[in-house]
Design a protein around this ligand. Structure first.
Ligand code: THU
Length: 129
């Protein structure tokens, strides 16, 4: 998938978001080392804390499809400026991130900024082995 195709696909999927409470639509995509991509949107709930972020939704889709390592994560939203994953989602990405895993935040015009997950979540939690 080219960067332009990814931008278009994320924008298209914002319509699938279930965000009647915040009115903030978010779409995310996660890519594994083999290039397979899984998508997710935020799914809010009338019991507010039960809502799920788009990144968590995409990670669940990936893991449920046998994809347990991530090399790229894209995020796009209906807000006018680019957004970055919340703290909880940074930890969820960290769990499955391969070395140098990138998070790409897309503004509505497709402008994309990139950070590594290590930069977004320094010293993330991992159980000692
Ligand atoms: N949200 C996401 O899905 N991903 C983010 O990176 C930040 C926030 C959702 C949660 C909630 O449904 C809405 O955006 C407003 O906070």
């Amino acid at each position: 998938m080219t960067p332009d195709e990814m931008t278009a696909e994320l924008r298209r999927r914002l319509a699938f978001s279930h965000a009647p409470y915040s009115n903030v639509r978010v779409a995310a995509a996660v890519e594994g080392p083999d290039g397979r991509v899984h998508f997710g949107v935020n799914v809010e709930n009338a019991a507010y804390p039960e809502g799920v972020c788009a990144e968590a939704s995409a990670i669940s889709a990936a893991v449920g499809d046998g994809q347990k390592s991530l090399r790229r994560v894209w995020v796009a939203s209906s807000l006018p400026a680019a957004i970055w994953p919340c703290g909880g989602c940074r930890q969820k990405i960290w769990e499955f991130a391969t070395a140098g895993c990138e998070v790409l935040s897309q503004a509505p015009d497709g402008t994309t900024e990139t950070e590594t997950i290590e930069a977004l979540l320094p010293r993330g939690f991992r159980l000692p082995r």
